[in-house]
Design a protein around this ligand. Structure first.
Ligand SMILES: Cc1cc2nc3c(=O)[nH]c(=O)nc-3n(C[C@H](O)[C@H](O)[C@H](O)COP(=O)(O)O)c2cc1C
Ligand SMILES: O=C(O)C(=O)c1ccccc1
Length: 331
C-alpha cells in the first residue's frame, strides 16, 4: 500500500478509541466481503498500451463516499472533511454529526446528500428539503440497507449510541422538537424512488446496486447515476466484492448513466482498474476516515492528494487511456 495511506491508517488506529476504530474499520458477519473488496483489486493486473504519445490531462475521478459520525474521528468532524474535499465531490452522510447546511457552507466543491428513505414520508421529505435548502447538488439514496448490518465488533463492544454531545444532526427537529433516530426499513421500494424523483429537482442517484437487473431498473426509474457498492462489506457478508460486480452492471447500464464503484479502493492503481472495468469514478470510504482521525482536514487532504498523484502516474504508465482490455486476471 502507499506508505502515506498506511501511515495515516496506523496513526488513526493508534489515536482512536478502539471502540470507534472498530466501528469505522469493521464489516458485517465474518468480514469476508470486507477483505474481498480489497483482495479483488489484487487479483487484477493492468496490461498497459505503449507509445501512444498521450500526455495525461484528466479530472480526478473520485468522490468521497458517505460515512457516518465523523466527529468520532476528529472534533471538527464533517467540517474538516468538507474543507479538505476541495473540488472533489463530497457525498455527505445523512448520519453526519454536523448539520448538512454547515457541511455545505464549509465545502468549496459540490456536496451531495446521502439519504436513507425513512418509514415516515414526512421525515423523508423534511430531509430532502433540508438538503435542497443547504445547497446540495444531488441526492444519493442508499438502497442496500433494508435493515442495519450486524457488525460483530460493535456488538462485542456494546457500541450502540454516540457519546454524549454528539448526534446525527440532520435528524434534529425534523417534524417536531428533538432528535429522531435514523430508521432502516425493508418496506422501501422503487415506488419510494419515484416519489423522491417527483418531490425534488435534484439529480437522484442510487447507491448499493450489485445485480445488473437492478441497475436496469434504476435506469428505467430515471436515476442520474448508480453506485455499485456493497456498503464496504457492512451489510450482507455473502455478496461479491464490489469490483467483481462492476463489469456486469456497467454492461447492463451501457453508458446510459454514470456508474461509480466504491469498496476497497486503496490506491491510484485501484482507481485505474475500476475505470477500465466500466466505472466513471470511484468512491473512497475508510481511507478518508483514517486521514481525518490521524490529522483532521490536513489528513483528508493528504489522502486525496496521494490518490490523485498515484492515479495520474498509473494512467500515464498505461498509455493515458483505460478500456476493458487493459485489465486481465492475475493468475
Ligand atoms: C464507518 C462507516 C460508515 C458508513 N456510513 C454510511 C452511511 O451513513 N451511508 C451510506 O450510504 N454508506 C455508509 N457507509 C458505506 C460507504 O459509503 C462506502 O460504501 C464504503 O465505506 C466503501 O468502502 P471502503 O470503506 O472500502 O472505501 C459507511 C461505511 C463506513 C466504513
Ligand atoms: O455504519 C454504516 O455503515 C451506516 O451506514 C450507518 C447508518 C446510520 C447510522 C450509522 C451508520
Amino acid at each position: 500500500m502507499n506508505p502515506v495511506l498506511a501511515e495515516l491508517h496506523d496513526k488513526a488506529r493508534a489515536v482512536l478509541d478502539p471502540v470507534h476504530y472498530d466501528f469505522f474499520a469493521g464489516g458485517v458477519g465474518d468480514e469476508v466481503v470486507l477483505a474481498e473488496n480489497e483482495a479483488a483489486f489484487r487479483r487484477r493486473a493492468l496490461l498497459p498500451r505503449v507509445l501512444r504519445g498521450i500526455e495525461v490531462r484528466q479530472d480526478f475521478p473520485v468522490l468521497i463516499s458517505p460515512t457516518a459520525f465523523h466527529k468520532l474521528a476528529h472534533p471538527d468532524g464533517e467540517l474538516a472533511t468538507a474543507r479538505a474535499a476541495g473540488t472533489t465531490t463530497l457525498v455527505s452522510s445523512m448520519a453526519s454529526t454536523v448539520p448538512i447546511a454547515e457541511v455545505v457552507a464549509a465545502a468549496s466543491g459540490p456536496v451531495w446528500f446521502q439519504l436513507y428513505v425513512q418509514p415516515d414520508p414526512a421525515v423523508t421529505e423534511a430531509l430532502v428539503r433540508r438538503a435542497e435548502r443547504a445547497g446540495c447538488a444531488a441526492l444519493v439514496v442508499t438502497a442496500d440497507s433494508p435493515v442495519f448490518g450486524r457488525h460483530r465488533r460493535d456488538l462485542a463492544h456494546g457500541f450502540h449510541d454516540l457519546p454524549a454531545g454528539l448526534a446525527a444532526e440532520n435528524m434534529r427537529d425534523l417534524t417536531g422538537p428533538g432528535l429522531r433516530t435514523i430508521e432502516m426499513s425493508p418496506a422501501v421500494s422503487w415506488g419510494h424512488l419515484d416519489r423522491l424523483r417527483e418531490m425534488t429537482a435534484l439529480p437522484l442517484w442510487v447507491k448499493g446496486i450489485l445485480h445488473p437487473a437492478d441497475a436496469v431498473l434504476a435506469v428505467e426509474h430515471g436515476v442520474a447515476g448508480i453506485v455499485v457498492s456493497n456498503h464496504g462489506g457492512r451489510q450482507l457478508d455473502l455478496v461479491p466484492a464490489a469490483l467483481d460486480a462492476l463489469p456486469a452492471v456497467a454492461d447492463a447500464v451501457a453508458g446510459r448513466v454514470p456508474v461509480v464503484l466504491d469498496g476497497g479502493v486503496r490506491g491510484g492503481g485501484d482507481i485505474a482498474v475500476a475505470l477500465a472495468l466500466g466505472a466513471s469514478a470511484v468512491g473512497i470510504g475508510r481511507p478518508v476516515l483514517w486521514g481525518l482521525a490521524a490529522d483532521g482536514e490536513q489528513g483528508v487532504r493528504r489522502v486525496l492528494d496521494v490518490l490523485h498523484d498515484e492515479f495520474l502516474h498509473v494512467l500515464t504508465l498505461c498509455g493515458g487511456e483505460l478500456s476493458r482490455d487493459v485489465v486481465v486476471a492475475r493468475c
